[in-house]
Design a protein around this ligand. Structure first.
Ligand code: HBI
Ligand code: FE
Length: 294
């Protein structure tokens, strides 16, 4: 039985962020019940290590003035950029820092499984790397997006605690059928969040930090709206999947983010459901806006 067929039979609908149904790229058949699998580091080719190196160098060369200090300080924990890191070695360092670890997964996994791993301080990192022709953009998260975009901030204790609280909140959201609202919180913070600093706005979202063009765009372009972080506003706001974001939300600190996830979300879900949804890019009357920072 084809791995993909078995994967789909295992209920792993190709999770594709609305890109239409496509077979999953990874080997879901060999994944364990929690969707973790082995990284199989020796299977990476020299071309794949070199692709990772080129992706890393392109992003690392533009972090100054655009990425938040916490990210710049932590990205060196990924180790030498000339090859794809070994997840077991990376987990040893990460465990010592914030008790998180990295687990290999075949690709996007169902939300419940994703939340369950985060709640156990295990970050799922896709094992495969994009193809050379996807150098500019890959639809699904590959090993570079997950490692370079997401893992460095897991070395930051406050952000690491936020990510676990998010996972625990996600498990509750599943029972309240509020995954879509919680997915918006993930999207507008963990993936595409900005943070305000005394020297201007900086990116902390993984989707921005791992993107060649969106890193500068999110901080410098006059086009997108940049709105102060507000939990209900975020949960009401739709997001775009296959273009730069039309709205970014700005936090003042990771502490603010962690505190935002401490209350029980049940009443918040209830009031969000009674309010109209907001299109990406819209700005509501009286909303605090942030200007571009460069
Ligand atoms: N699976 N491997 C992986 N990585 C993700 O970032 C991910 C996922 N499944 C679901 C998902 N993200 C989003 O729906 C989150 O908003 C939960
Ligand atoms: Fe991501």
């Amino acid at each position: 039985m084809l791995a993909n067929e078995k994967a789909v039979n295992q209920g792993v609908a190709p999770v594709t962020y609305g890109q239409g149904e496509r077979p999953p790229r990874g080997d879901y058949a060999s994944a364990r019940a929690d969707y973790a699998c082995d990284q199989n580091w020796s299977a990476y080719t020299a071309q794949e290590h070199d692709l990772y190196r080129r992706l890393y160098e392109r992003q690392a060369s533009q972090l100054e003035g655009l990425a938040c200090d916490e990210f710049i300080e932590a990205v060196q924990h990924l180790g030498a950029p000339h090859q794809i890191p070994r997840f077991d070695e990376l987990s040893e360092t990460l465990r010592r820092a914030t008790r998180w670890e990295v687990v290999a997964v075949p690709g996007l996994i169902p939300e419940e499984a994703f939340f369950a791993l985060l709640a156990k301080r295990k970050f799922p990192v896709t094992g495969w790397i994009r193809k050379p022709e996807e150098f500019e953009y890959v639809v699904e998260p590959d090993v570079f997006h997950d490692l370079f975009g997401h893992v460095p901030l897991l070395f930051n204790p406050m952000f690491a605690d936020y990510m676990q609280a998010y996972g625990a909140g996600g498990l509750k959201a599943s029972r309240l059928d509020a995954c879509e609202l919680l997915a918006r919180l993930y999207w507008y913070t963990v993936e595409f969040g900005l943070i305000d600093t005394p020297r201007g706005l900086r990116a902390y979202g993984a989707g921005i930090l791992s993107s060649a063009g969106e890193l500068r765009h999110s901080v410098c372009s006059p086009q997108p709206s940049r709105v102060a972080f507000d939990l209900q506003r975020i949960m009401r706001t739709r997001y775009k999947i296959d273009s730069y974001q039309a709205t970014y939300f700005v936090i003042e600190s990771f502490q603010q983010l962690f505190e935002a996830t401490s209350p029980d979300f049940t009443p918040i879900y209830r009031s969000v459901r009674e309010l109209p949804q907001i299109d990406a890019g819209a700005v509501l009357p009286g909303e605090r806006q942030y200007a571009a920072s460069c």
